[in-house]
Design a protein around this ligand. Structure first.
Ligand code: NAP
Length: 308
């Protein structure tokens, strides 16, 4: 296959590029700045420069490929408040609609990246693909696109597959910036009581799920992509500090940390997502190599320390 990957320099997108290349697929990686994309180029992927808010920079690529993975997310500086979240959702809507139109026109598969915030808070209840999307503040944009893409599949036969990962850990992303780096600076705190559930997935296992979705998913299907053991945020935080050989940290009130990092982000991080990912295992034969966060957090942190 030849695949266009948007957000090819991102935490998720770069892992997808590496896995596709390892499976001998050709990749065109959409990047904002080719000068900062040497790691993507080193995989043998072809670079295209573009901006998600400017469809003319990427729509013409769609007819050159067999499928598209959309893993770009607008970079928004500073506190993630409602206004910035709206900018992020608008950019996603522009790109998703433009890619969906082009994929429908040329008969290409679109793999859309949703996320764990799309379901919203479900307390102690288990979530799966049949759970209605009542999103957390940061899931609003993805949930809106999920409904649109479902409609386009039903009405126009768009070949779309949606993957909704849990919290993605690995050497980057929120795992690095919100946990490991904060712990290194002595600033990590558990937000609130931490009794909310988080389902996790390692970034390389998620990348394998993208390859499986590209190669063999049924058009129009949505898949949750999570490992086997959801954790409460308190335990997840403790596992990180234990893995780093540090002391367990105290808590911070959601209101206080919201002043620093933005209430929209905090309201999402404190929701409970306890996700069951049976469908992708049964339908695509995918299973994570890392079954439980607790068994792999130490090696992940270790790999990050070696790299930095
Ligand atoms: N990380 C998680 O825990 C997680 C969990 C569930 C779902 N997701 C979903 O996965 C997707 C990707 O997330 P991520 O964690 O990989 O994010 P990320 O690391 O921030 O990557 C975002 C990517 O989008 C690119 N980008 C930013 N602004 C752009 C623009 N204006 N035009 C074109 N490209 C632009 C970035 O390029 P630069 O490198 O140039 O900035 C980067 O390649 C998102 O939809 C997110 O909601 C993530």
């Amino acid at each position: 296959m030849r695949v266009l990957v948007t957000g090819a320099t991102g935490f998720v997108g770069s892992a997808v590029v590496r896995r596709l290349r390892a499976a001998d697929h050709d990749v065109i990686g959409l990047v904002r700045d080719p000068a900062r994309a040497s790691a993507v180029a080193a995989t043998g992927a072809i670079l295209r420069q573009g901006d998600m808010r400017e469809p003319a920079t990427y729509v013409p690529v769609v007819h050159e490929v067999d499928a598209v993975v959309h893993a770009a997310m607008l970079a928004v500086p500073g506190r993630l408040n409602r206004r910035r979240a709206d900018e992020l959702f608008d950019a996603d809507a522009v790109m998703t609609r433009a890619l969906a139109d082009a994929c429908a026109e040329h008969g290409r598969r679109l793999v859309y990246t949703g996320g764990c915030f799309d379901w919203g808070d479900h307390g102690e209840e288990w979530i799966d693909e049949s759970t209605p999307l009542t999103p957390s503040p940061l899931g609003v944009g993805h949930a809106r696109m999920a409904a649109e893409l479902e409609r386009r599949h039903r009405d126009d036969g768009l070949d779309v597959v949606r993957l909704s990962p849990g919290f993605v850990y690995g050497p980057g992303g929120l795992f690095a910036s919100a946990f490991v780096e904060q712990a290194e600076k002595g600033r990590l705190r558990c937000i609130g009581g931490g009794q909310n559930w988080w389902s996790c997935i390692h970034v390389d296992d998620l990348a394998d799920a993208f390859v499986a979705a590209l190669e063999r998913a049924r058009p129009g299907t949505a898949y949750a992509v999570v490992d086997d053991e959801p954790l409460r945020l308190r335990e997840l935080t403790d596992l990180v500090t234990d893995a780093m050989g540090g002391k367990r940290v105290g808590t911070v009130s959601p209101r206080l940390i919201g002043l620093l990092i933005g209430g929209t982000l905090v309201a999402s991080l404190t929701t409970s997502f306890r996700i069951r990912g049976t469908r992708i295992r049964e339908e695509l034969g995918w299973a994570p190599r890392r079954l439980r966060f607790r068994d792999h957090v130490a090696e992940t942190v270790e790999a990050m320390t070696v790299r930095s």
